[in-house]
Design a protein around this ligand. Structure first.
Ligand code: SAM
Length: 280
């Protein structure tokens, strides 16, 4: 008997439903329910929230979220083989688990959710970054979600929370930190998963800020950051040549040194530059 619910151990669930992991679906399952409960706790108080979970698989994190008191979990799973196992969880938590079979990249979950909403997922690695970018770039801010608690490969997690001056600092750090507080809350070795992936993983918790940390036009900021980091070893006056004909003047007006490189520029500096470039 496990310590979080009356349901069978995940190993037995996987065996019963013949859920052999498929690499093509990024399937690395968490089997330790104490660990999935710990991840669920990082998502905060869920008792008044609907929780969106992408890729529940055999349901380890789903059970953690429900055991931690989530008002409702909406789980989107591409692999139909997992549905019977998820139905058993739904039966143990009547009215609190909705499952949609399908591709999370194709489904708009909003129609199925009632605010306040939090997102918590052990993401499939092949679509994790794309989903994160979508959550960070909605048409309107603040977004529909209050927080994201997400498992990534550690290298991706480090890119999300990276500080200027580090190798990992780039577009993802700026995108995430412009409108969120982001921190790594749990580090996990490959052995935490079955089968173990080749790399370590980490859970990142992102909380949506009510408004961006510094003012800037999103499209301009995106373009400037992408262009600057495209040639991250070059000085800004060279890497950003295409951004504006008088780029040196604009860099100086934004308080930046034209001889600096992208990875030395803090978020505030990129926002100041985006504002200068947006001026005609
Ligand atoms: N949450 C489970 C856990 O922690 O053990 C499974 C995590 S596993 C890393 C990723 C899960 O995402 C798998 O169950 C996989 O079938 C599912 N998946 C993969 N691509 C998906 C997609 N595009 N949309 C929804 N689910 C997907």
């Amino acid at each position: 008997m496990n310590t979080i619910d009356q349901l069978p151990a995940l190993r037995d669930v996987i065996e019963k439903h013949d859920l052999r992991a498929r690499k093509s679906l990024g399937q690395n399952f968490l089997l330790d329910l104490n660990l999935t409960s710990k991840i669920a706790r990082q998502a905060g108080d869920l008792s008044q929230c609907d929780v969106l979970e992408i890729g529940p698989g055999p349901g380890g994190l789903t059970r953690g979220l429900l055991a931690q008191g989530a008002r409702k979990v909406l789980a989107i799973e591409k692999d139909a083989r997992c549905l019977p196992a998820l139905a058993e969880i739904g039966a143990a938590y009547p009215g609190r688990l909705d499952v949609i079979e399908g591709d999370a990249l194709e489904i708009d979950p909003l129609a199925y959710l009632t605010p306040p909403i939090r997102v918590a997922s052990n993401l499939p690695y092949n679509v994790g970054t794309e989903l994160l970018i979508r959550w960070l770039t909605p048409k309107q801010w603040p977004p529909y979600w209050q927080s994201l608690t997400l498992m990534f490969q550690r290298e991706v997690a480090q890119r999300i929370v990276a500080e200027p001056g580090s190798k990992a600092y780039g577009r993802l750090a700026i995108l995430a930190q412009w409108r969120c507080d982001a921190r790594i809350v749990i580090n996990l070795p490959p052995e935490a998963f079955s089968p173990p992936p080749k790399v370590s993983s980490a859970v990142v918790h992102l909380t949506a800020l009510p408004e961006p940390r510094f003012p800037a036009d999103f499209k301009t900021l995106e373009r400037v950051v992408a262009t600057a980091f495209n040639q991250r070893r070059k000085m800004l006056r060279a890497s950003l040549k295409s951004a504006a004909p008088d780029i040196e003047d604009r860099l100086i007006a934004a308080g930046l040194k034209p001889t600096d490189r992208a990875e030395q520029i803090p978020l505030e500096g990129f926002c100041a530059l985006a504002r200068e470039i947006k001026k005609t």
